[in-house]
Design a protein. Structure first.
Length: 673
């Protein structure tokens, strides 16, 4: 049950024209946002324990009514404590207790209050948004530009995915948010010329901060296995993103303004095949989405943040109690020809044998199977306890993708007819692909698909799509989005197979940190081909595949397993994949560095799973502190030898609750209690 408590705790409301600077601090007092109006411009800074991690950065918006980036003064300030408790089965942390300080800073221009800056500061997150106010009889506006910026020191490095240009790539489907992440790249670049896709991770060295680190922060900065770093190695981690974006606004990106300064950018004009404005139209008073900054001295806050969900609320009630869990998916191994009746029936049998809850039937099912035989497969699946997800093209007039069914999801009349048929047939959910960008009409289409699907009891997965922005909480039937270079690229490219481990060590710290990620991985085939003899070759180990089933978070997982794995994969691997959960009650960061290695722990009920993978060229030896397990209690450990041959053994933790593990390059480790 949602329980919100708002308590005023700081007197400061009313006019305060003489004050040009106000501070808003987290409940624990460590994280602070300072807002000022120096020079007639709204701006902010972010400090952690007194050390400035974001320098003075511009705020404000330009609309077709007023330019609120200049000639403004902060003449009102109110602050209060905000708390919220909620439960979500579809995110990394089932039960969340949120507490923050919220401040409303009123900005005046020409004697009229035109804009409020709303600031939220929790113990690990900063969030900023605007409330745009009516001007006389004017009740609507168009937001032409946001000045919201993030000014980082020049020595900062970045972990980001460049935004692709529109109407490019396969069948002119870009931007599809499937570009490779750079790691530890110098700031000052602008991606491929179009900025960067959210979320964006930054590492700010201590030496670049404008005031010295406190002893508490210095002690918190440590290398893997607890070895202290030198002062030159201490740093902050900042994850910048946005949440609460719906059909009332546009999805944004980060544009580099030179050096370490990045600004909120609106969509590109060529998105949606050039149709629609890049600027959102807003009714007044109107709220913009939240811009979020997660701050930490280690990656713990980044991995464990729930800020995308803390700041939003459900838009409607769930039509039913949705069933999450594991599923199988023939397309990743067999491609389009596998979407036939006999093969899908074989995959239903495979899912039933594995104890999986669903099968995803991919593109061209309407032509290669047909509606009547889909109904037959749905009936057969019900007898086996296996539900069906069906693939759809989102198009539309925004790309040339020929995959069918097409022309269903973009048209309200056809969409509702199709969804009514799916409800009668007992279809569990849909996967909708090939969206056209982040303009306001496209964001409205996402929302419309979700709302209509819920009316018919359908879960929704998006592919070839934008980043989810708090959607797990906003839309109760939303499951996950791709918005990443996902497993299909392992089938298409040996080069992608060669860097699978590197990419896997990035996602928990960036893409998957802010929303469910539909990756479709954990393959046990040696080759991405129907005969397991031809096609691209998997370079990672079987234990690696098990580990990513834990590392990659989504409440519905359609794994890249195949029926032949029942006989050609290790029995211990199959047994693990039968039992691994897809919904989690808790996540804990243990160790890692984006692009090198990662070790996380997830809890389902009373059971913990610790998973790690290594992308470094040499074997990684770690002594892990595992306080979630009792000393002396037997643990099951899946690990690899130097040749990536996996095995299973039972171990016990020492009295310090520590375990030393060695993970080879492209290998993994999984520890279960």
């Amino acid at each position: 049950m949602r329980n919100i408590v708002l308590a005023l705790f700081l007197v400061g409301g009313g006019l305060c024209a003489e004050a040009s600077e106000k501070a808003v601090s987290s409940p624990d007092g460590r994280l602070t946002v300072v807002v000022n109006d120096d020079g007639g411009q709204a701006a902010y800074r972010v400090l952690l324990d007194g050390s400035e991690v974001i320098g003075r950065s511009p705020l404000g918006v330009v609309t077709n009514v007023a330019d609120l980036t200049k000639d403004v003064s902060m003449e009102a300030f109110e602050s209060r404590r905000v708390s919220d408790s909620y439960e979500l089965r579809t995110i990394k942390q089932r039960r969340v207790d949120y507490e923050a300080t919220e401040a409303v800073c009123g900005f005046v221009q020409g004697g009229k209050r035109m804009m409020d800056l709303i600031v939220r500061v929790s113990n690990r997150d900063v969030a900023l948004r605007y409330r745009l106010l009516p001007v006389g009889e004017t009740r609507v506006c168009v937001v032409e530009r946001e000045a919201t910026s993030f000014c980082l020191p020049a020595a900062t490095t970045a972990f980001m995915a460049p935004q692709s240009k529109p109407m490019g790539g396969f069948a002119r489907t870009s931007p599809s948010y499937e570009t490779p992440y750079g790691t530890d790249e110098a700031v000052g670049r602008n991606g491929w010329g179009e900025g960067y896709t959210f979320p964006c991770l930054f590492k700010v060295p201590e030496a670049s901060a404008l005031s010295p680190l406190s002893g508490a922060i210095r002690a918190a900065n440590h290398s893997p296995q607890g070895e202290k770093k030198g002062a030159w190695d201490a740093h902050f981690w900042l994850l910048v993103s946005e949440t609460g974006v719906d059909g009332g606004y546009v999805g944004s990106r980060l544009l580099n303004e030179g050096g370490g300064t990045y600004r909120i950018g609106f969509p590109q004009s060529g998105e949606m095949n050039g149709a629609g404005s890049v600027c959102p139209a807003v009714a007044l008073p109107g709220l913009t989405p939240w811009r979020t900054i997660t701050v930490g001295t280690t990656l713990k806050n980044v991995v464990e943040t729930t800020v995308p969900y803390d700041l939003v609320a459900p838009k409607y009630e769930a039509k039913r109690d949705y069933t999450y869990g594991k599923g199988s998916w023939s397309w990743i191994i067999g491609m389009d020809p596998s979407c036939n009746f006999d093969e899908q029936k074989r995959y239903i049998d495979f899912s039933a044998t594995m104890g999986f809850q669903s099968v995803l039937i991919d593109a061209f099912w309407d032509r290669q199977i047909g509606y009547e035989r889909i109904e037959e497969l749905a009936r057969y699946g019900r007898e086996k306890g296996v539900g069906l997800f069906l693939w759809y093209n989102s198009n539309g007039a925004w790309n040339d993708a020929p995959q069918t069914p097409i022309g269903k999801m973009n048209n309200a009349i056809e969409r509702r007819k199709e969804m009514a048929w799916m409800e009668r047939t007992g279809i569990r959910g849909i996967k909708v692909d090939f969206f056209g960008g982040d303009k306001q009409p496209m964001m409205q289409l996402y929302e419309d698909i979700l709302a209509d699907a819920n009316e018919h009891g359908l879960m929704v997965i998006f592919h070839g799509c934008t980043l989810p922005r708090g959607w797990e909480r906003m839309y109760p039937n939303y499951v996950a989005s791709e918005a990443v270079l996902a497993s299909e690229n392992l089938h298409f490219s040996q080069d992608f197979c060669n860097v699978e481990a590197r990419n896997a060590t990035i996602h928990p710290f960036v893409r998957n940190a802010v929303g469910a990620m539909d990756f479709g991985g954990s393959a046990l085939n040696k080759h991405y081909g129907a005969d397991n003899q031809h096609g691209t070759r998997r370079m990672t180990s079987d234990v690696f595949a098990l580990a990513t089933a834990v590392l990659f978070q989504s409440s519905v997982q359609h794994f890249a397993l195949a029926p032949n794995n029942l006989t050609d994969a290790p029995a211990w691997a199959i047994d693990f994949m039968k039992e691994v959960p897809t919904t989690w009650d808790e996540v804990r960061y243990i160790d890692g560095y984006p692009g090198r290695y990662v070790v996380l722990a997830r809890r389902c009920g009373e059971r913990w799973y610790v998973a790690g993978v290594n992308a470094e060229q040499k074997a990684l030896k770690l002594t892990l502190s595992l306080p979630m397990f009792e000393a002396g209690v037997p643990l099951t450990v899946y690990s690899d030898d130097a040749r990536l041959k996996g095995s299973v053994k039972n171990v016990r933790l020492n009295k310090k609750r520590q375990l030393t593990v060695t993970i080879p390059c492209n290998g993994g480790v999984v520890i279960g209690g």
